[in-house]
Design a binder for this molecule. Structure first.
Ligand SMILES: NC(=O)c1ccc[n+]([C@@H]2O[C@H](COP(=O)([O-])OP(=O)(O)OC[C@H]3O[C@@H](n4cnc5c(N)ncnc54)[C@H](OP(=O)(O)O)[C@@H]3O)[C@@H](O)[C@H]2O)c1
Length: 448
């Protein structure tokens, strides 16, 4: 084949994603040759530990622990970064861009914090950075936003964008597990790290929401300014109460446009059972975009894992290698008017309180109903070694969305009841957005 092209590539990282990328390239080498006339020449594979058992033969692979092998190679076309973390990934990407290499990365933390800077550098040097795998694994949401929704004005983008949290919440909801047990299981299955805080405290979802918002709204997002609430404090009883009320609990990242404000938030939400995300379970992800021309669009798929993520990385590689677009790299949408980032607040809250006495909870319920719109509630009876106790769970509506005022009221109620009984535990439970409220509730709100 006379017009065969040999592309020279460096793969930074051979862990979960890197191994999937390598094996996909190897398995598809005939297709790439026959279809495009390409040969992919992997010149370097950067790792930390050459001795590590990777579960497949590596003797013939160009593995190295020396970053200079990559930095000193003058002939590379493309660098694929799947190592994770900020450094040395950032410096390696910057040096590669300055040498004229295109970049594909799966690194959400890096793109959320330094994406703008790296894309600017890439533009200066006439190369591209593609990063589809950094959000929602195999779901092609960034390409959808960048290439297929160009005349659409996005009103909102929301999603289940952390598979680990979704797995834990699904185990709690569908199998009655407590948080700790569901987390241990996620760790055993490789869905959660030994230190799970990046996932369960919502940081990972914040990074992905930042990247989505940059692409959907042209917003320069400060990740530290996104209100963030994780799932660590959610207990089995909350999930059961939510179920009784007709909801399922999901960790949602969302960005909503109101004029020139983009309101952002990551946190657990109560979703009605008929919500399109309600049955997106386990490690599946879903992203829903609402825009003016196409209306609502929802993509559902594997949000993580070796091959779904490798699929996004390899498709990005192909998109770059095809040189479909010879213009400047502008994967972040440029906003037509200045946008500002604010916090998304809500008038809807979820509370739970526990007590051993049904009477006390019924009185609490009345007090709450007098001071707020305490719209729906259930009382669950539970038995354990210490006897019988009750949990009251409910949805509150505060038209001002005043969390502090609500907390003060609840503290007040709590203290008042603490005086009369020493058994009451009124946990002013972290507020959760209620994304869909039953129609009978809406009519109560309207009539209020
Ligand atoms: N896993 C997923 O499902 C998924 C989904 C979407 C996006 N991502 C993103 O993809 C990236 C990679 O994730 P992963 O799960 O594949 O991670 P991983 O399994 O921990 O693999 C990381 C790889 O990078 C190498 N590495 C890390 N630091 C290095 C350093 N300082 N010098 C040389 N090599 C280094 C490691 O070498 P050793 O093997 O020798 O330790 C390992 O091969 C991350 O940015 C992650 O956020 C992952």
């Amino acid at each position: 084949m006379g017009d065969q092209i040999r592309f020279k590539i460096a793969l930074l990282g051979l862990g979960t994603v890197g191994s999937g990328v390598l094996q996909t390239l190897q398995n598809r080498s005939d297709d790439l040759l026959n279809r495009f006339g390409w040969e992919i020449d992997i010149r370097h594979i950067l790792v930390r530990n050459l001795q590590k058992d990777r579960g497949f033969p590596t003797d013939h692979l160009p593995m190295t622990t020396d970053v200079n092998r990559v930095l000193d190679d003058p002939d590379l076309d493309l660098v694929v970064e799947v190592m994770g973390g900020i450094e040395p990934a950032k410096t390696l990407i910057q040096s590669s861009i300055r040498k004229g290499c295109h970049i594909v990365t799966a690194n959400k933390e890096l793109m959320a914090k330094y994406g703008k800077e790296l894309l600017h550098l890439a533009n200066e040097h006439g190369v591209k950075i593609y990063y589809e795998a950094s959000v929602a694994g195999g779901i092609p949401i960034l390409h959808t936003l960048q290439q297929y929704l160009q005349v659409n004005r996005i009103r909102s983008i929301r999603g289940i964008i952390n598979g680990t949290c979704n797995y834990i919440l699904t185990q709690m909801s569908n199998h009655g597990k407590e948080y700790e047990e569901a987390l241990r299981e996620a760790q055993k299955k490789g869905y959660a790290e030994a230190d799970p805080s990046s996932d369960v405290d919502g940081f990972d979802a914040v990074y992905k929401l930042a990247i989505l918002s940059a692409n959907a709204f042209g917003l320069d997002v400060d990740v530290n300014q996104i209100p963030r609430q994780g799932i660590r404090n959610i207990q089995g009883v909350d999930i059961r109460l939510a179920k009784e009320l007709g909801y399922v609990v999901k960790l949602i990242g969302e960005a909503v446009r109101e004029g020139a404000d983009i309101k952002l938030r990551v946190g657990p939400q109560l979703l009605g059972w008929d919500h399109p995300f309600a049955r997106v379970d386990d490690v599946w992800n879903a992203v829903s975009v609402e825009s003016d021309v196409v209306g609502e669009l929802t993509l559902i798929g594997h949000g993580a894992g070796q091959y779904p993520t490798a699929s996004a990385v390899v498709e990005d590689m192909i998109a770059i290698l095809k040189k479909m677009d010879t213009k400047d790299s502008k994967p972040f949408t440029i906003a037509s008017e200045p946008m500002t980032q604010t916090s998304l607040s809500t008038p809807w809250f979820y509370i739970r309180c526990n007590d051993t006495s049904l009477d006390t909870l019924e009185t609490v319920q009345k007090v709450l109903a007098t001071h707020t719109q305490f719209l729906e509630w259930r009382i669950l009876e539970t038995r354990n070694d210490h006897g019988r106790f009750y949990s009251l769970g409910g949805v509150l509506f505060d038209p001002d969305g005043d969390l502090e005022g609500l907390e003060n009221l609840l503290n007040d109620v709590c203290l008042r009841f603490m005086e009369s009984t020493d058994t009451l535990v009124l946990s002013v439970y972290n507020p959760a957005l209620v994304s869909r409220v039953p129609s009978n509730v809406f009519s109560q709100v309207v009539n209020f």
